[in-house]
Design a protein around this ligand. Sequence first.
Ligand SMILES: O=C(O)c1ccc(O)c(O)c1
Ligand SMILES: [Mg+2]
Length: 606
Amino acid sequence: MRTSIATVSLSGTLTEKLAAAARAGFDGVEIFENDLTGSPLSPEEIRERAADLGLTIDLYQPMRDIEAVPADEFARNLRRAEHKFRLMRRLGADTVLVCSSVSPYAVDDDTLAAGQLRRLADLAQESGIRVAYEALAWGRHVSTYEHAWRIVEAADHPALGVCLDSFHILARGSDLSGIEDIPGGKIFFLQLADAPQMALDVLQWSRHHRCFPGQGDLDVAALVRAAVRAGYDGPLSLEVFNDVFRQADAGRTAIDARRSLTLLQESAGVTAPPAPVVPTGFAFVEIATADTARIAPLLTALGFSRTARHSGKPVDLWEQGEARILLNTDTDTDTDTGSHRSGPSLTAVGLESPDPAGASARAESLLAPVLPRRRAPGDAPLDAVAAPDGTEFFFCVTERPGDTGHPGWTGDFVPAPHTPAPIGITRVDHVALSQPWHHFDEATLFHRGVLGLRPQASVDLADPYGLLRSRAVSNEDGTVRIALGVGASPGEDPARGGRPQHVALVTDDLVPTVRRALASGARMLPVPANYYDDLAAAHEFAPGELETYRELGILHDRDEKGEFRHCYTVTTGRVFFELVERVGGYDGYGARNAPVRLAAQHALAE
Ligand SMILES: O=C(O)c1ccc(O)c(O)c1
Ligand SMILES: [Mg+2]
């Protein structure tokens, strides 16, 4: 099906919006009146610009407060309509959206509404224009799609149909089955938007909090399926009013939008992009740093050994159990981000992939920036994409005894002499990546759609200097977990995502692991005594257990499935490490402890 986007969904001038929509691969646009009236271009020039970019103008909108009004008011409305239709002919737009009236003059009279819309459709038809009537969820007398359709059906005019807008329909919790009772040819237009569930006045909710399908809580795919079953074959058009998108870079928003639409088409069964390839574990985490003076001693204290060096690049492999960390001192690769200036930073994540080429094909079809393969002659090909925060995700295979097929990435490393001194770390539990604040929804959709991870509920964590919103995405068995966080913090560069990132490492027995780390010189984050007094009130502990936690700076959480013990190293550059022990089926990240950890980190930074 054709794809379209309303200009209101993107920031900038009309010209910038058109360019962004075209670049992201949309087939058409809905032009919002404000964008046109504020443009220095004539309608003919806009038409030409759109055509040059390969875009059709699928809709012009909105016309308001047309129907069910007294005769003199309606006469004025028709005069207004004549002007608009003339403009639309110059623009080359053949469908106009009419919103259900919110006018205080409108009366609750469907016969009058149908009669006046028929007159409007007559006038439109003379100009070769079709009228799509949309029920605003807050319309004065018409606020449901069923009602709008009853009026359109009664008006019975070939140039009059309905516009279905997923927000208005799903926000009201309407029954979707009525959509299939509308003949497909009478659905003139389909507007799509999602929104997070909120207990908010519906107009405010619509005008400020809409988001792209898949980024909120509404079942937009169910609505698309119903419209397709009804026989609708017009464009799928995104119409998103969102305060953040109004400020964000239009090119980037348009890509996010187009990705959302492909994923929506996939869930609605109208498009089949390459299937998702769900990662099965972490192959490595890469930390870039100009010099290893700060990070290497910390890794050593945490029981990692430098086991190998890349044959062609200044990259060292540090290992312990199945936890692998790459230290990349090739600062050229991160001069763009300037991250080396603030010390070690987490720049890439290797995901264990059952099908790296398939994962890459999926990513490409979803407009993820596929990175040029960084390889020397003889290196294993590494497929990689950039996430919205700039983190590079590599789809890789770690060679194991007996493996055949895809060449493993470790083959590019030359073993280095070392004496293993493990402290009990077995693998990576999760990585926590901070997102630029206006790309949080984009990031969640990216990790779900492109990487095949499942998002959990978002939680708000109190930080002394702001609120941190966190949302974890993971694979089915929890062997890949990424905690996405957003929230500015004083003194940190928001352009780089602000907060430090971290790598959480699994141990099966945290207490001895921490003791060994401390004995080898690791600096752990001190935790205030008040925390342990609070913990004593919350739970009962075995004799001595709490005292041990207090002594070692271990935090504790429990849920109905199990327990969680964790602690943190101090931050070096933009990175710190967490040591975690999951007991039983505990599936969280110790959210209750996050405010204490954040306060402790600030205290240490001062
Ligand atoms: O908020 C509004 O007024 C408005 C206008 C046009 C639309 O298509 C819509 O869904 C909402
Ligand atoms: Mg709409």
